[in-house]
Ligand binder design. Structure first.
Ligand SMILES: [Zn+2]
Length: 321
């Protein structure tokens, strides 16, 4: 029997109506439609380590924030069923439970980019982790959506027992007055946020070199361009590994097809494009599980190379081990 789409839909609505009528106390008018977002928390195993994706929220990144010919952007948005939606970029952080250490990679935007962000504390609470349990805060770079959550409204440290671990090149860049002078006016406030956060942890900051074993099973990988010290981290446990590649991708719809398209706030756009292509190539050829700060939550998956650029294969929801 061939069931047409129309017959299928007619059948579906008839059976849906019958279901509602047979359970009158479950009528839609009596349910609560709560628009507050639920905390975003998904825990994944990497060998004997746990990596938890934590959603800080969303920011809008319209197509004109990327170096994209507008007709091509529209075509890609239609293909991704996103032409009528705002272009959203999630902001994710990752909590690593390495057994000996509880490490937070990036801290979210706090209130620096508006009310749709700053939900990291709620995600941590939903996970059952308090700020004082975290013994290291590791940053990929010092943009506000990665470091502002390390301090509160008064500029005090949010994580009272954490060492702040920062790539040295990144730390130097945000403390360089010549870099402030060279930056476009719109981005100058980023320097103040980075300096305020660094100051709050001044007595307990560790600067790391470009390729460092930060902790046992945790390596840093320099990914320069987005910012000079932009850094990824590879978590390895047993036979498993995860490449947390920070801001290599801000928009999967655009940048997997065109890795050369960067956001306008890349400090060195040409270097950023080269780094993005190198990271995508590495993830695809080494079949690495990757995680990204602006990938669709919970932001872990694999990358494959194909005829029209790269493709993203989201990892399965980790139901059990
Ligand atoms: Zn970012």
């Amino acid at each position: 029997m061939n069931l047409s789409r129309r017959q299928l839909l007619a059948g579906a609505s008839a059976s849906a109506a019958a279901t509602v009528l047979s359970h009158p106390r479950m009528a839609a008018s009596e349910t609560t439609l709560d628009s507050n977002p639920l905390p975003g928390v998904v825990r994944q195993w990497i060998g004997s380590s746990q990596v938890t994706a934590l959603l800080d929220g969303y920011m809008e990144m319209p197509a004109d924030l990327f170096s994209i010919p507008s007709s091509e952007a529209e075509e890609l948005l239609v293909r991704a069923f996103k032409e009528d939606q705002p272009n959203l970029s999630p902001v994710n952080a990752f909590l690593l439970n390495l057994g000996e250490h509880l490490v937070l990679i990036d801290t979210g935007a706090a209130n620096s980019f508006g009310p749709t962000l700053g939900k990291l504390p709620e995600a941590l609470e939903a996970h059952g982790v308090s700020a004082d349990q975290i013994d290291a805060v590791l940053v990929t770079h010092l943009h506000p959506d990665h470091i502002a959550g390390a301090i509160d409204d008064t500029g005090s440290a949010v994580f009272p027992n954490a060492e702040l671990i920062v790539p040295e090149t990144e730390f130097r860049y945000w403390h360089d007055d010549a870099a402030v002078a060279a930056a476009p006016d719109a981005f100058k406030p980023f320097f103040a946020t980075a300096r305020l956060a660094a100051k709050a942890y001044a007595t307990r900051t560790t600067l790391i070199s470009r390729e460092a074993e930060v902790l046992p099973g945790l390596l840093s990988v320099p990914l320069p361009g987005h910012t000079p010290g932009h850094t990824g981290y590879i978590v390895t446990s047993g036979d498993d590994s995860l490449f947390i590649w920070a801001d290599i991708i801000h928009n999967v719809t655009f940048q997997l097809t065109h890795p050369e398209w960067g956001p306008v706030f890349d400090v060195d756009p040409a270097q950023s494009a080269r780094t993005r292509l190198r990271a995508l190539d590495m993830a695809a050829s080494d079949r690495l599980l990757v995680a990204g700060m602006h990938m669709p939550f919970p932001a872990m998956g694999h990358i494959s190379a194909g005829a029209e650029g790269f493709y993203y294969m989201p990892a399965e929801w980790p139901y059990h081990r």
